[in-house]
Design a protein around this ligand. Sequence first.
Ligand code: NAD
Ligand code: LMR
Length: 317
Amino acid sequence: MAKVTILGATGNVGLFAAHTISEIPYVSDMLLVGRPGREDFLAGCCRDLSDSFAARGTDVRLSYSTSLADARDSDIIVCTAGVPRKPGQDRNDLAFENAKIVAETARTIGQVSPDAILFVITNPVDVMTAVALKYSGLEPRQVFGLGTHLDSMRLKSLIAHYFRVHVSEVHTRIIGEHGKSMVPLWSATTIGGIRIQNLPTFSGLPTQEMIETVRTSGEAIIRDKGATVYGPGEAIATLVRTILGNENRILTVSSYIKSEIHGIGDVCIGVPARINREGVFPVAIRLEDDEIAGFSRSVAKIQKITAKVMERLEKTQ
Ligand SMILES: NC(=O)c1ccc[n+]([C@@H]2O[C@H](COP(=O)([O-])OP(=O)(O)OC[C@H]3O[C@@H](n4cnc5c(N)ncnc54)[C@H](O)[C@@H]3O)[C@@H](O)[C@H]2O)c1
Ligand SMILES: O=C(O)C[C@H](O)C(=O)O
């Protein structure tokens, strides 16, 4: 049985993730961590969630704290702490502000819970994963971000809708930045096990329109309702379940790659990775030429932003 800690638990994503994670059968303890001054709100969240556990028949010990020290002995720590973007902002606009939060948090986590897997949600998630990896001192397999998993799910849903098939029939991936430079892998997209290019109807698929919808999905939801919550919350639970269940699923998350993909690497970015109780292990893949070019551009963009953020962080330490 496992202890899962959620940082930023008073926020939109953290709180809904607490609800979705509580449904995972391997979870025995859940700790909600918020900032000092938020004790009453955290207590209220615990009471409200406990009622839902009672109604559902969930047996999870739930507690809250405003001290990161209480995250000790966690199996997984989900970091949603940080500011979200406002309408009109790019995720990368949050980079330095959130890097300060993630660096400080990761440093403490590395000390109090060195065996944990640190799962980063805070945006821009690829850059924040690199910051968490560096400042926690944990191994690359222990630190990963939600990456392009949610984008891959968004594309999967659009394809399933277009072909009028159940989502479980569609396998697809988006790699690269969780942001504008994301790269759809049509070469790795199948429907009912058949490569999408081998389906005659593929020629009519509005691929550009679909990928543009995915690229702007978060922005559109934030504009219309203020925050993306249910998609990220369910996606977070999928990853937590994959780890705790030692499922060895291959999901597309932000992970440190050395040179696994066509020799491209030294960056934290969305790539397919095998995920189990030990953590996250990027899978070497071969891509089409246009996909390699897109991925290289995405990597170069993230490397540049990451380097800039790391440099500024070092000056503040
Ligand atoms: N990777 C993804 O796919 C994805 C999806 C959704 C949201 N996000 C990101 O997750 C983060 C949280 O989003 P949200 O909608 O829940 O935001 P929110 O404003 O509702 O919640 C933010 C949480 O972070 C905490 N926080 C803020 N500043 C802090 C600080 N200085 N120190 C410690 N904690 C602090 C707040 O107390 C709150 O609990 C954002 O960065 C958002 O962009 C990422
Ligand atoms: O778009 C955002 O800022 C939130 C998140 O990254 C998302 O894609 O839902």
